[in-house]
Design a protein around this ligand. Sequence first.
Ligand SMILES: [Zn+2]
Length: 210
Amino acid sequence: MPEHDTSQVPSKPKAEQDQLTEEPKIYPVYVYERTCQDIFNFCLREAQRRPPREALGVILGFRRQWQGTKYVRVTDWATGQVESSMTYARFTPEGILEYRLALHDRYGSNPHTPRVIGLWHSHPFGGNPQFSSTDINTFFRTPFCAEGNVFFLIDPLSRFFKVYMLRRSSEKDVLRLERVEWCTYQPKVPTDTPPSEDAWDSEEGGSDRA
Ligand SMILES: [Zn+2]
């Protein structure tokens, strides 16, 4: 067993606890607490329909690096009209426009706008969810196939919340989809100069099916 299980929705943020240790651990993925809960609750509502439905949306955030270690900060989410069943979910063309407009309304021309860096979706079966081959094909296609993009797989009935990331393997120059450790965080009002963060965003991800 791992030291702690990061597959399920945490009851409270772990990032703050980790700051107490001398060498803070850098998780590959940090998810804003409210974003995590909102996505989870959205999936739960869709799963409680009769019949249950998959839920789908985009992940917004920033790819960052701190002292040479790359990590991702997930700050927001969005969705739009989705064609879905218990085993299937795909944005309609209107749905894509809908979430893009919603993001434009939310962020306008703010230069610090988070980017679409992945997808979240649910498998509402009450088990330990696994990606389908269709899911994986989607992640490895344009425009999602970019280093640092993240994908959440949620089963709201069994409270699984798994986080995966496309990472470049060190030996071969190929991207691999890896399940990663993650934690939630709550933004704090800065009391001091924050550590500098270097962006390593290269290209925008933003596709539309899972
Ligand atoms: Zn799926």
